[in-house]
Design a protein around this ligand. Sequence first.
Ligand SMILES: Nc1ncnc2c1ncn2[C@@H]1O[C@H](COP(=O)(O)OP(=O)(O)OP(=O)(O)O)[C@@H](O)[C@H]1O
Length: 292
Amino acid sequence: MLTVTAISRSFGDHQVLHDVSFDVKPGRMTGFLGANGSGKTTTMRIVLGVLGAHGGEVRWRGERITAANRPQFGYMPEERGLYPKMAIGEQVGWLGRLHGLDRATARANTDRLLDQLGLAERSGDLLEALSLGNQQRVQIAAALVHDPEVLVLDEPFSGLDPLAVEVVLDVLRARAARGAPVLFSSHQLALVEQLCDDVVIISKGRVTAAGSRDELRARYGARRFEVVVDTDAGWLRDVPGVRVVDLDGPRAVFELDTADDQDVLRAALDRGAVRSFTPVVPTLDEIFKEAA
Ligand SMILES: Nc1ncnc2c1ncn2[C@@H]1O[C@H](COP(=O)(O)OP(=O)(O)OP(=O)(O)O)[C@@H](O)[C@H]1O
């Protein structure tokens, strides 16, 4: 497990991270969500040891990460940094060699990855000759070529069309299935909703929600219901302990502040027929807005 505990960081007088703590579990895809400037890249750079923290620590398998025991990270930085004028196969293979792979392994890993990413035919092409989406796939290959133990990816899905998202996702999921913790940042909430196991939401340098996606949905959704009755549901506004979120004639969405859902249901039945009464599972987008 990769454990981030109470990290803080300032730039000059500006504190951009405040006691940031979360775990990235082996075999799980963890989505790191936050608005622009909330501190995602800074956190990822500290996790990787590219930037120092002013407080707190990062541990991998229980050991504090130092220069000596640093795990093999697969890093996809925000500023991409590959060579436009180098053939992609050569470039990915060379990065593998830089990470200590022998020539044959670097070659085999490169070929396998380019194949999985749908770029086998393009191996001899210069990076700059590829579309931006395909360049992004090369970035993924570059981050994975040395079979890293831990993946930390800054916006790996930005700029990819839905088909490319699936391709990249398959590759990342396969790494997670082999036991690697995968941490990736993203702005695309719907996408994260579909593909992550765990979620960490950061706002203004503070973690505001963290846990498994389903747990967060349940936590944020436990108190929200939709009711559909035959007549106007406006009476709900007068029920103590209920907060009406949305009212549209016979349909209402409400949250339970102190009231019990069964009491509200009974109150509805006392007024006539109830056509539906269901808990509302929030989307990640709603959780994000609430937690951010
Ligand atoms: N090297 C630096 N010097 C000064 N301020 C910095 C530096 N790096 C980051 N910051 C500031 O730290 C804050 C967090 O930035 P960071 O890049 O971590 O956010 P982010 O969540 O990754 O944003 P985005 O989604 O826009 O990439 C911002 O206010 C940013 O201006």
